[in-house]
Write a protein that binds this ligand. Structure first.
Ligand SMILES: C[S@@+](CC[C@H](N)C(=O)[O-])C[C@H]1O[C@@H](n2cnc3c(N)ncnc32)[C@H](O)[C@@H]1O
Length: 298
């Protein structure tokens, strides 16, 4: 990791109401892989400085941020630059309290190990790692849909064998799937820099690394095998792009959980799913973020 950070400052002068704009900017920052933010409220709008790790080229971060902000053309980039490393690790201790998700999961930072609540399954994630601290609604959507799926399988006495986690980031979905009872996982990400961070988080959770294949890769490209569960929390465009490959890698009675879309993308995505031979069996919205569980059409 470089000893500097990139930053991108974005500005909105009232194209979106301030409170909503802050939420949009926080979400866009997190979904594009940011490591920290600073917000400034202006009399007529909002300015946010969004920081990224220095181990990737700036255009990669910029393109991800622009993709996340695409639905809001009034929000524009004001400034781009480089700063010396900042003590995020120290700041984040206060910023990451335990977070209950669904009925049975709790997301915890490593320093909560000694006082973890005993009645929930702990998912330990280093908050300074890649996207997937659990605080983003799109991650919570997958975790909750996944929890329902595992509960349903267990009611029917059926086990979950192989899982593939596309866009693993911090590895949080893989960790949850294995702790909820899956046997093995393939966890992949387009960004090779996150693989080491996912491994650290898996180890932090005591996951047996023989059960996980961690790899860099684009969506489902080059993936073979037959998975019981396909997980993908990315953005709408790459999800639509990967849909036509899902049936190829999913068992006939398998399930795919897609997340990372906003409410207004729901209808278009359901249509694209239908065209790819998939049908919705469950769905969930948390704040503006929407996700869906899908199986092969009968
Ligand atoms: C929204 S984060 C999700 C992280 C984590 N799985 C979670 O649910 O919190 C999306 C992740 O997908 C990765 N990604 C983006 N485009 C991808 C692609 N075409 N193929 C594989 N991974 C991709 C990003 O690098 C990022 O780590």
């Amino acid at each position: 990791m470089g000893n500097y950070w990139w930053y991108i400052t974005v500005l909105d002068r009232g194209s979106v109401p301030s409170e909503e704009c802050e939420e949009i900017l926080y979400s866009a920052a997190e979904i594009s892989g940011s490591i920290g933010t600073e917000v400034q409220e202006l009399p007529d709008g909002v300015r946010m400085r969004i920081y990224y790790r220095g181990d990737q080229e700036l255009p990669i971060w910029r393109n991800r941020l622009l993709a996340a902000l695409d639905p809001w053309p009034g929000i524009r980039i004001e400034d781009i630059g480089k700063v010396e490393n900042q003590p995020w690790a120290v700041q984040s201790e206060e910023a990451f309290p335990p977070l209950d998700v669904g009925d049975s999961l709790v997301v915890l930072a490593p320093w909560h190990r000694d006082n973890a609540p005993g009645d929930r399954i702990p998912l330990y994630i280093n908050p300074a790692s890649a996207f997937g601290t659990g605080y983003h609604e799109s991650t919570q959507v997958v975790l909750r849909l996944m929890e329902r799926y595992f509960a349903d399988r267990s009611r029917h006495g059926a086990r979950v064998g192989d899982v593939i986690d596309v866009g693993t980031g911090s590895g949080i979905l893989t960790i949850a799937a294995l702790k909820l009872g899956a046997n093995r996982a393939v966890s992949r990400d387009l960004d090779p820099a996150v693989i080491g961070e996912a491994r650290n988080n898996l180890e932090l959770n005591g996951v047996d690394m023989d059960r996980v294949t961690l790899e860099a890769g684009d969506l489902l490209e080059g993936v073979g095998g037959a998975f019981d569960l396909v997980l993908a929390n990315i953005l709408a465009d790459p999800l639509v792009q990967m849909l036509h490959d899902v049936r190829r890698v999913m068992k006939p009675d398998g399930l795919a959980i897609f997340s990372g879309m906003i409410e207004r993308e729901r209808e278009g995505f359901l249509e694209a799913m239908g065209a790819a031979g998939l049908e919705a069996v469950d769905e969930l919205q948390v704040e503006d973020w929407w996700g869906v569980s899908a199986k092969n059409q009968a």
